[in-house]
Design a protein around this ligand. Sequence first.
Ligand SMILES: [Zn+2]
Length: 77
Amino acid sequence: MKSGVCPKCSSREVYSGENIKMKKGAYGCNTIPLGGFLGSQAALDNYVCCQCGYVESYINNPKDLEKISELWEKVEG
Ligand SMILES: [Zn+2]
């Protein structure tokens, strides 16, 4: 998806919300809860396919990823 191609429909109509304002903060509409202290949250970068509507989300902050690996349960395949 980050390469601009939708994995579901192979369209190139992929748009990134990486640089939109208010990703994080009072509205909290583009975050996921990390758990831990004071309910901290990680901002998400969303990639949307405007052909089929598929959405992919990424966390860009390495510190948030570190926190998740400490706080969340690892999925064992
Ligand atoms: Zn698509």
